[in-house]
Design a protein around this ligand. Sequence first.
Ligand code: RB5
Length: 155
Amino acid sequence: MILMRIGFGADHGGCALKDELIKHVQSKGVQVTDFGTNDPSVSVDYPKYAQLVGTAVANRDVDLGVLCCGTGIGMSIAANKIPGVRAALVHDVTTARLAKEHNNANILVMGGRLLAPALAFELLDIFLNSSFEARHQRRLDMVAELETSGRESPA
Ligand code: RB5
């Protein structure tokens, strides 16, 4: 795995998984920024952590982001509001691989209340070791255009 910087964020529902994922990638030499939260016993609001990680990714302070909440749904909805973010909620090895190959996701989202750590490690490893297939770039350009024209009727 090439040297990279990954920003991690979670709410209370994803905090435990986030901490396990950080240990997992640090053991492989990945540079980590932990944007919190760090106390799973305190209820917090996932949009704050989606914004912290999403802006770090969009501003290229980190190469990739990983977000965890209870289901991953709230984090993915919130992170995808940030221009430049392509956050993908994944549940299995196929969605983890395709999130990179087809969507070139720059944030991987997982549900801390849904996935066992061992599966989450596998999904993150698959995502990191997969490659974007350039034939899908036109769709990603169209997605990026929605950041400015998304309220207009499609042509
Ligand atoms: C928090 O209880 C929970 O709603 C959150 O972790 C997440 O699952 C939201 O999508």
